[in-house]
Design a protein around this ligand. Structure first.
Ligand SMILES: Cc1ncc(C[n+]2csc(CCOP(=O)(O)OP(=O)(O)O)c2C)c(N)n1
Ligand SMILES: CC(=O)[C@@H](O)[C@H](O)COP(=O)(O)O
Ligand SMILES: [Mg+2]
Length: 640
C-alpha cells in the first residue's frame, strides 16, 4: 500500500481500542452494543482459523462485556467454570492479538490460567469447580478485610455436578459476598439431563421470563436505590405465588431469569446486584452458538471445532485417516450390546466425545447419560453390576480422576464386574494439561482386582475391550485420543489372554517394553536400534514371565508409555525386577513430572521424547552411559 492510498477501515474499530477492561469501562454506553457485534465477529473469525471451543463463547459475549464493564477486574474476581466459554474474556483482557496462537505450542491456553493473566482468577478446564473456588476467594476477602467482589459464572450443565451442589450447600449459610451467575443455555455438550434442567426450565416458564425481562429493564433503570431495588425485586418475584427456587432454599438470593443477550438489562442488573449483600444468584438465559447460524442450529457440533470455513461453517477435517479409537469403541459397544442384553453403556455427559451416539440411538433403554457426574457414573455402574448387569463406563482419563474413590471403594475393593473404557489416555494436544490423561496408569494400577490393558492398535483395542468385558471383574482399557496405526478391525468376540504380552521383534542387547499407544514408535525405534520390542498389552497383571525373560537376555530394558513416569507402567516393571532381585539396567520413558502445555499431540510426544526418534536418542544415550560405566568399572578392576 502507498502513502496516498486510502487505508482500509479497521474491521474491529471498537475492539481495537480495548487493550484491557479499563478501556472498556471508558467507552460510552452507546458503543457497547456495536462492541458486542465486533467481539462476536472477531471470535468467529479467530476460532475459524485456530479451532477450539466456539458455541459456548458466542453465548456469553454480552455477559463478558457486562462483567468487565461493571466489575473492577482484575481486583474483583471472575471465576469461569470449565473455561471453554472464556475466549471473549480473553479477548477483552489484553489477549486479542494472541488469539491467533490459541491452543497452540507457545500460544495461549484454551482455558483461563493464572500464569497467563491477572484477569484469570482461577485455572480451569474441568467443570463445576467455580463455586467452590469463588466461595474460597470470598471467604479469604472477608478474613483479610478486603472488599472485593467475587463472581462465579457457571453453566446449567456444570451446575448439575456434585461439586457445584456441595459449594451451594456449604456456601449459603456462610453468607458470603458472592455472586453466582448461572448461564443457562439449556445445553451441556449434548442436551442436558436430569431434574435440575427441568427445574431451570420451570423457572423459565413459571417466572414469567418476558415480563421479568421487560419489567426489570424499567424497574432497575429507574430504581438505582439499593433498598428500593431489592424491595421491588423481592416483591416482584416472590409475590408471584411461585414455589421458591432451589437456590433460595439453599440461601441464595435468586434474581431472574433475564435475557443474557440483552446487554442493557444485564449491565443494569449486575450494577444493582453488585451492591446487594450476601450470596446471590443471577439466572441468565442465553443461546449457545448465538450469532453464528451453524452454531445456533447445531450447538453440539460447534461446541468444539476444528478450523472451519466461516462462510459455510464447514469444518476442515483430515482426509483419509482411519477410524479413531473412539470410533472403534463406539462400534465395539454397539456390537457387544447386540450380543449381550446385559450390557449397559454409561457416560458422564460425553456422549459424542466418547463415541456413544450410535449406541444411544440403537439401545436407548440401556444408555445412561448421567450428566457431569463422574463419581456417580462409576458407583451407578457398581450398583448395576451387583445385580448382574454388565455396565461399561465410557470416560475420559482426566475426568476419571474425579471418580478415584468410587473406582477404589465401590468397584475394585468389591471386585465388581465393571468395564471402564478410558478414552483420551495420554496427551491430548490442544486442550493441554487440564485434559491430558497422564495419570490413569499411576492411580489405577494400585487397585486390587483391577485388570488394566493398553492396546497397541485399533484391532487390539477391540479385542481388549471384549477381553475386559468378558472378564468377570473390574477391568479398564485405556486408549489415546485420535487414530492409531491403521490396523483393520476383525470385529467379533475374540479375546486375548489376560496378563500376556507379545514379542514383536527380536533384537540384541536392548529390549523395548512398550505399552499401548507407544508400541508403533517403539517398533520403529527398535528397528533402528536392532532392539527387541515387546508389546506388553497389560499393565496389570503384568506379564512377569516375559519381563524376566527379557531381563535375562538383554543388557538394557526400556519401558515406554504415554503416562506419567511416576508410578506408571515402567515403575511396575521395576517393581517386578526388584522383587526378583534382578539388577538389570532399566530406563523409563514416559511423561515427565511437569504440566505439559498445549501443542499438537505429535508435537507433545516429540517434546517428551516419546516419538520413534526420541526413543532412539534416549536409548543410545543410555547405552553410552552404560558402556562408559562398564569401561570405568573395568579400569577400576585393572587398577585394583
Ligand atoms: C469434570 C468434567 N467433566 C466433563 C467435562 C467436559 N465438558 C466440558 S464443557 C461441558 C458441558 C458444560 O455445559 P455447561 O456448563 O452448561 O456449559 P455450556 O457449554 O453449555 O456453556 C462438558 C461436559 C469437563 N470439562 N469436566
Ligand atoms: C471443555 C471440555 O472439557 C471439552 O469440550 C473437551 O475439550 C473435549 O475434548 P475432546 O475434543 O477431546 O472431546
Ligand atoms: Mg449450558
Amino acid at each position: 500500500m502507498t502513502d496516498t492510498a486510502p487505508s482500509a477501515p479497521p474491521e474491529y474499530p471498537l475492539l481495537d481500542l480495548i487493550d484491557d477492561p479499563t478501556d472498556l469501562r471508558a467507552l460510552p454506553s452507546s458503543a457497547l452494543k456495536p462492541l458486542a457485534s465486533e467481539l462476536r465477529a472477531f471470535l468467529i473469525d479467530s476460532v475459524s482459523r485456530t479451532g477450539g471451543h466456539l458455541a459456548a463463547g458466542l453465548g456469553v459475549v454480552e455477559l463478558s462485556i457486562a462483567l468487565h464493564r461493571v466489575f473492577e477486574t482484575p481486583d474483583d474476581r471472575i471465576v469461569w467454570d470449565v473455561g471453554h466459554q472464556a475466549y471473549p474474556h480473553k479477548i477483552l483482557t489484553g489477549r486479542r492479538q494472541r488469539m491467533g496462537r490459541l491452543r497452540q505450542k507457545g500460544g495461549i491456553s484454551g482455558f483461563p490460567k493464572r500464569s497467563e493473566s491477572v484477569y484469570d482468577s482461577f485455572g480451569v478446564g474441568h467443570s463445576s469447580t467455580s463455586l467452590s473456588a469463588a466461595l474460597g476467594m470470598s471467604i479469604a476477602a472477608r478474613l483479610k478485610g478486603e472488599s472485593r467482589q467475587v463472581v462465579a459464572v457457571i453453566g446449567d450443565g456444570s451446575l448439575g455436578a456434585g461439586m457445584a451442589f456441595e459449594a451451594l450447600n456449604h456456601g449459603g449459610p456462610l453468607d458470603p459476598n458472592l455472586l453466582v451467575i448461572l448461564n443457562d443455555n439449556e445445553m451441556s455438550i449434548s442436551p442436558p439431563v436430569g431434574a435440575l434442567s427441568k427445574h431451570l426450565a420451570s423457572l423459565l416458564s413459571g417466572r414469567a421470563y418476558i415480563n421479568v425481562r421487560e419489567g426489570s429493564k424499567q424497574a432497575l433503570a429507574s430504581l438505582p436505590e439499593l433498598r428500593q431495588f431489592v424491595g421491588r425485586w423481592e416483591e416482584h418475584l416472590k409475590g408471584m405465588f411461585m414455589p421458591s427456587t432451589l437456590f433460595e432454599e439453599l440461601g441464595f438470593n435468586y434474581i431472574g431469569p433475564i435475557d443474557g443477550h440483552d446487554l442493557d438489562a444485564v449491565i443494569t442488573t449486575l450494577t444493582n446486584m453488585k451492591q446487594m449483600p450476601g450470596p446471590r444468584l443471577l439466572h441468565l438465559i442465553t443461546q449457545k452458538g448465538r450469532g453464528y447460524t451453524p452454531a445456533e442450529q447445531s450447538p453440539t457440533r460447534y461446541h468444539g471445532v476444528t478450523p472451519f470455513d466461516r462462510a459455510t461453517g464447514k469444518m476442515h477435517s483430515k482426509a483419509g485417516t482411519g477410524p479413531t479409537y473412539t470410533q472403534v469403541f463406539g462400534d465395539w459397544i454397539s456390537d457387544a450390546a447386540a450380543r449381550d442384553t446385559r450390557l449397559i453403556g454409561i457416560t458422564p455427559a460425553m456422549r459424542e466425545g466418547s463415541g456413544l451416539v450410535s449406541f444411544s440411538e440403537r439401545f436407548p433403554d440401556r444408555y445412561f447419560d448421567v450428566g457431569i457426574a463422574e463419581q456417580h457414573a462409576v458407583t451407578l455402574a457398581a450398583g448395576m453390576a451387583c445385580e448382574g448387569l454388565k455396565p461399561v463406563v465410557a470416560i475420559y482419563s482426566s475426568f476419571l480422576q474425579r471418580a478415584y474413590d468410587q473406582l477404589v471403594h465401590d468397584v475394585c475393593l468389591q471386585g465388581l464386574d465393571v468395564t471402564l473404557a478410558v478414552d483420551r489416555a495420554g496427551l491430548v494436544g490442544a486442550d493441554g494439561a487440564t485434559h491430558a490423561g497422564s495419570f490413569d496408569l499411576s492411580f489405577a494400577r494400585s487397585q486390587p482386582n483391577l485388570v488394566i490393558a493398553a492396546p497397541a492398535d485399533e484391532n487390539e483395542c477391540w479385542q481388549l475391550l471384549e477381553t475386559a468385558y468378558q472378564h468377570p471383574g473390574p477391568a479398564l482399557v485405556r486408549y489415546p485420543r485420535g487414530t492409531g496405526p491403521g490396523v483393520a478391525l476383525k470385529r467379533g468376540a475374540e479375546t486375548l489372554a489376560i496378563g500376556r504380552g507379545e514379542v514383536r521383534r527380536l533384537g540384541r542387547e536392548i529390549a523395548l517394553l512398550a505399552f499401548g499407544s507407544r508400541v508403533p514408535a517403539a517398533e520403529a525405534a527398535g528397528q533402528a536400534l536392532d532392539a527387541t520390542v515387546a508389546n506388553m498389552r497389560f499393565v496389570k497383571p503384568l506379564d512377569e514371565a516375559l519381563i524376566l525373560e527379557l531381563a535375562d537376555q538383554h543388557r538394557l530394558l526400556v519401558t515406554i508409555e504415554e503416562n506419567a513416569i511416576a508410578g506408571g507402567a515402567g515403575s511396575a516393571v521395576s517393581e517386578v525386577l526388584a522383587a526378583h532381585g534382578l539388577a538389570v539396567y532399566c530406563l523409563h520413558l514416559g511423561l515427565p513430572d511437569l504440566c505439559l502445555e498445549q501443542a499438537g499431540h505429535e508435537e507433545q510426544l516429540r517434546t517428551c521424547g516419546l516419538d520413534a526418534a526420541g526413543i532412539e536418542h534416549s536409548v543410545r544415550m543410555e547405552m553410552e552411559h552404560i558402556d562408559l560405566y562398564a569401561e570405568a568399572s573395568r579400569a577400576d578392576q585393572r587398577a585394583a
